[in-house]
Design a protein around this ligand. Sequence first.
Ligand SMILES: Cc1cc2nc3c(=O)[nH]c(=O)nc-3n(C[C@H](O)[C@H](O)[C@H](O)COP(=O)(O)OP(=O)(O)OC[C@H]3O[C@@H](n4cnc5c(N)ncnc54)[C@H](O)[C@@H]3O)c2cc1C
Length: 312
Amino acid sequence: MMAAAVPAASLMERLPAVRGRLTPNAPIGPLTWFRVGGPAEVLFRPADAADLADFLAATPMDVAVTVIGVGSNLLVRDGGIPGVTIRLGRGFAEIVTEGETLRAGAGALDLNVALTAAGAGIAGLEFLSGVPGTIGGGLRMNAGAYGSEIKDMLVEAEAVDRRGKTHRAPVAAMGLSYRHSGAPDDWIFTGALLHGRRDEPAAIATRMGQIKAAREAAQPIRARTGGSTFANPPGDQAWRLIDAAGCRGLRRGGAAVSEKHTNFLINTGEATAADIEGLGEEVRRRVHAQFGVVLDWEIRRIGRHPAEVAGA
Ligand SMILES: Cc1cc2nc3c(=O)[nH]c(=O)nc-3n(C[C@H](O)[C@H](O)[C@H](O)COP(=O)(O)OP(=O)(O)OC[C@H]3O[C@@H](n4cnc5c(N)ncnc54)[C@H](O)[C@@H]3O)c2cc1C
């Protein structure tokens, strides 16, 4: 994404009035699971979809715009995020069920969507209880677990583009594949219509309990982490290759490869984003050297390295 080479104060002056909140120089690390990274030049929390669309339509096109969910798949670099960072809050968290369908705002937590669906007797969305993100992040990443993914349950998504134009995309137009969406990069998802099938709430709750137990046994879910670091290469599993390359427990500064699940990187307390990214690159290098397999980052790395800021 292009950096806007203007100081935060003057960027604020170039932005339109909003009903939500604009904050210059806003810490972003605390809004992410890794708890690292520099500030957003400006953080925008829109009041609702109309506020977001009006803001995008009136913001000069040279201003970089980045959207984040709850940062469960995100590494924010130490130099911070240039331009405007958008975080969808309460105005995007509504969840409404109707028959076997469920409409959710993009800021709704996947867990709350799963719980609401279970309560309404809608089966098929249980897997979302194991994904600690939002519906917006889930649409961008085609989040999935335990054999299901967003792609299987989506009817249509709603989005606003960089110019403030609203779009409605049926699932077939979303280009969803393993941890990937082919929707245009500038789309900010604002909501989704999902479908399931009828089942007893108690049976759905039992399956969600099984997912919770499986996750607690297999993943470091209480750690400062970004979830799976690398996508599984075709026909193999990233964790297995990382383990076989001798990277279990490998450290760099305050970052470590999880002992519990080797495809998870952990901030052990004092890590910088550079420690975490550097450790990930070291893991990639070792896996490539040993097995000739190039691991692709699943975690989204955003923002600038400090050297880029100094040179800006
Ligand atoms: C402990 C742990 C376990 C996890 N387990 C799983 C798992 O089982 N399966 C799985 O799929 N993932 C898993 N993840 C990863 C993560 O939870 C998912 O990718 C989730 O969908 C990310 O949602 P988010 O709201 O946190 O997005 P963020 O991490 O904030 O952002 C991720 C990406 O989505 C984009 N994005 C966010 N919101 C929007 C929006 N409204 N419109 C457009 N783009 C948007 C961001 O720009 C970024 O590129 C796990 C993560 C952790 C920490």
